[in-house]
Design a protein around this ligand. Sequence first.
Ligand SMILES: [Zn+2]
Ligand SMILES: [Zn+2]
Length: 172
Amino acid sequence: MKLCLNEHESFPIKLEQEFAAGEILPEFQGLISLGQGKVLLSIQKADEEYYCQGSLNSKAQLECARCLEPYETELVSDIDFIACSQEHYDSLKSEAVDDEDYVFIDSTDVSIDITAPIEQALILAVSMKPLCAETCRGICPMCGSNLNQTKCDCNNEKIDPRWDGLRGLNGG
Ligand SMILES: [Zn+2]
Ligand SMILES: [Zn+2]
């Protein structure tokens, strides 16, 4: 997904861009599908570099890490990167730039491809929301039942060790 920067003369600017699952769907454990998403960026220019910061949100269908059922949610994430030319980046190499995310500007039309930063932000958001609910009971390791929907007869309940002492006190 491309953003053109040369149509803007003064910075900072704010840009809003929609994206769809067909454009960006990172391969990531737990991510089933994306709905329509939106990214909001404010871009400040300083010499050779464009500082791009903002947020994105997208409806998504994820797979719960505990019960493995699909569920609908809204992903929200910050997005933060620097855009500059490849030449400029190469000139920085001596300095410490490893901890920043750089996106290279296509010099033919002064555009940037923001697919990679959006992918990263989505992956971060998915990894922070792996459960259909905080209280999800997950799957029984013995019989495979979804314990949110049924109660099985397997003896999975680990006895809370704190009760052991009490039992002793009661002469158990
Ligand atoms: Zn779940
Ligand atoms: Zn079971």
